[in-house]
Design a protein around this ligand. Structure first.
Ligand code: ZN
Ligand code: ZN
Length: 365
């Protein structure tokens, strides 16, 4: 991202602070910090803290030994380094001064916040997320280009995996997953990672993978992604080891139809909960409503899960530039699970899929 982009984001955030009557925004190492400044700071017991005032220049308290990593020469943020013998909370409190209304990003450790609260009295503390929410939810062209590329490479990895995976039966879940992750790295995704569920484990949506050995007759769920320029892909593909039974095929078809129903509901102005309803109504009418146990999707960007959330109760309207997952699933306890997940961007005319790899049911060996 260019210097102009970061300066524009900082200025916009400051205007939001002024509109909301907030004197300062405090951010620890987080996607919010990276989004605003381009700075990647270490998460550790040493305090890293961005102090963004509603007016004036942003400053940052940084551990001296990490200052060389953070100093980017742009001059957008003034760094205040501290040594291991210093008390960084004192330094931060002196820079915060007499601010009376302070918003705090949700990734700042509670211990750091408590130390600041001990030193600053009469302050109205609020959550920082709303300050950046609108900004971060709607992606600009540069961000969408990164998300597009991350999605494209993840698709490529899947197609190579189904062509090259060879015999999966006999491997553990973690060994099977590492094949897919290796391919993802080879095609150029940065830091790919994921989860896998096989056989009965596939009925647990966030099963991470363990030493279970894959065998003929297993349902497989792979959910993985990686980054391009800090922006994530997030894809799920379900497959079967050997010929599936009739119920698996039926459920697979329903989940695929639900994925399509959500995609077709994407249009600016539509309430986000309508996207969840589109999938849920279809799955419920097919008789599997009780087995669709999570929301249909989440925003995707510098974090794998971020706003907006596609969930019942979220009446926020879809806006052009929102990027999110479309991931209905049906989980039959003790038997199998199926989830199909793509990323979608909301454009003026409707949704556009970032992921184009086929939803065809692959029978693997
Ligand atoms: Zn996922
Ligand atoms: Zn997801």
């Amino acid at each position: 991202m260019s210097d102009t982009t970061y300066r524009r984001r900082l200025e916009t955030a400051q205007s939001v602070l002024r509109e909301r009557g907030i004197d300062q925004l405090l951010l620890g190492p987080s996607a919010d910090l990276t989004y605003l400044t381009g700075i990647h700071a270490h998460v550790s017991e040493r305090l890293n803290l961005l102090i963004l005032p509603a007016e004036g220049e942003p400053s940052m308290v940084v551990p001296g030994l990490e200052a060389p990593l953070i100093h980017d020469g742009s001059g957008r943020v003034t760094l205040h380094a501290w040594g291991d013998a210093d008390v960084p909370a004192d330094l931060a409190a002196s820079l915060i001064g007499d601010a009376k209304s302070i918003a705090v990003g949700n990734k700042l450790w509670a211990s750091f916040l408590i130390r600041l609260q001990d030193r600053l009295t009469g302050v109205n503390w609020t959550e920082g997320d709303p300050v950046l929410r609108d900004l971060r939810m709607c992606k600009d062209a540069e961000e969408i280009a990164a998300l597009d590329e991350a999605a494209r490479l993840t698709d490529e990895a899947w197609m190579l995996f189904v062509q090259q995976s060879g015999t999966l039966a006999g491997l553990t879940e973690l060994q099977a997953l590492s094949k897919l992750i290796s391919i993802s790295e080879e095609v150029g995704l940065y830091k790919p990672s994921g989860i896998i569920g096989t056989g009965p484990n596939s009925a647990s949506p966030h099963h991470g993978g363990n030493e279970r050995v894959l065998q003929e007759g297993d349902a497989l769920v792979f959910d993985w992604g990686g980054q391009i320029d800090g922006y994530y892909s997030d894809v799920t593909r379900s497959a079967h080891l050997g010929e599936p039974g009739e119920e698996y095929r039926k459920v697979y078809g329903i989940v695929n139809d639900a994925n399509q129903a959500t995609f077709e509901a994407v249009k600016p102005g539509v309430a986000l909960q309508e996207l969840d309803r589109a999938a849920r109504n279809l799955i419920t009418e097919a008789g599997y409503g009780e087995y669709f146990v999570h929301r249909v999707g989440h925003g995707l960007g510098l974090e794998i899960h971020e706003e907006p959330f596609l969930v019942e109760g979220n009446t926020l309207p879809l806006q052009v530039g929102m990027v999110f997952s479309d991931e209905p699933g049906i989980y039959m306890p003790g038997k199998f699970g199926v989830r199909i997940e793509d990323s979608v961007v909301c454009e003026a005319e409707g949704g556009r899929r970032l992921n184009l790899s086929t939803h065809e049911l692959f029978i693997l060996a």
